[in-house]
Design a protein around this ligand. Sequence first.
Ligand code: COA
Length: 379
Amino acid sequence: MTTEVKPKAGLEDVVAAASAICYLDGERGVLAYFGYDIHDLARGASFEEVCHLLWHGRLPNRAELGDLQSQLAAARPLGEPILRLMKQLPASDGMDMLRTLTSALGQYDPEAGDNSAQANQRKAIRVTAQMGSIVATYGRMQAGGGPIAPDPALGHAANFLYMLTGNRPNALSTRAFDIALVLHADHELNASTFAARVAAATLTDLYSATVAAIGTLKGPLHGGANAEVMRLLIEIGQDAPGDRVDDAIRAKLARKIKIPGFGHRVYRTEDPRATHLRRMSRELGERAGNTRWFEMSQRIETLVKGEKKLNPNVDFYSASTYYTLGIPIDLFTPIFAVSRVSGWTAHCLEQYANNRLIRPRTDYIGPQYPQTFLTVDQR
Ligand SMILES: CC(C)(COP(=O)(O)OP(=O)(O)OC[C@H]1O[C@@H](n2cnc3c(N)ncnc32)[C@H](O)[C@@H]1OP(=O)(O)O)[C@@H](O)C(=O)NCCC(=O)NCCS
């Protein structure tokens, strides 16, 4: 069969699913989860409240929030086999580690193969809780420390920083990290969420769909961009004078090298998440007595806006925000996953609830059919 319909490169503007989860208006720079504006959520909601919103379609009351917090806390400790496996894996990329260990989580979950809505709700909580513990513990071990047991009294953001560093974080760091988790939780049909939905639509299990999403998030055109931003800032050097920053960026643009953290498939205006991350990058820098990364980022933003008319996306200021929080670069993209798993699982729950296999077509551009077949000795 030949199809007359020419595909849009990268499926740009193609509507591929109906979803109640995320409202995105790229022209006006609006992002909302179940109708709640991201600015309101960033100002007033915790990551746990957002998880409840994404999984149930409504914000929790006090009792429901307490219940979810308890369930997350109960699920946070990592089993001995997962810790053992983490120690055995070769030191590699944080996303490779997360992909392998999330896959292993599925093998140790007795409910992994139960695709009922109730079991999937429980697994969404478990995989979200445990991915936070995995990334924090991995970061701690990479820095030469031993694993730290989660503290059930701490929320998801504070607990992550505690398991990573061994120190209870102050209120500013905790809130900044919590906001970062809120901002990254969902983003409509981004590449990794699409991957998760495609996997879920085959009726595979929730862990397998999550692993598909992790592998997709890893790429530098998607979640990998935040680490690339920080490598760029470091490559230029925090002591570089302003004109050297400009020269470095101009040289890249002249060579058609993309500047990580800029541009977006959907937003034609400022990414509303960048607004909060820019402010947090500045506030954390001021608190730490080093605003150099923030200032350099701002200078790059002005230049790229001027030269290319491109706005910063969620990844640009998250780089200096995380770095100032003392988080190693290798964890930047895994942290994106620690938050986005809430959105991936919400989309999978929605997909399972009203499923049809996702199976598009290609526009065939190969050799003319039919080709004359010759056996291997005739060729
Ligand atoms: C996000 C992104 C993948 C969107 O891609 P897209 O919608 O396919 O847009 P394209 O890659 O086709 O870019 C369109 C044009 O803008 C330019 N452009 C896009 N992002 C750019 C960037 N970050 N730096 C410099 N130029 C960029 C492209 O070179 C292209 O220019 P051309 O038409 O002269 O060839 C793209 O902007 C990008 O690669 N950004 C950097 C990586 C990043 O930050 N990813 C995280 C996204 S949240």
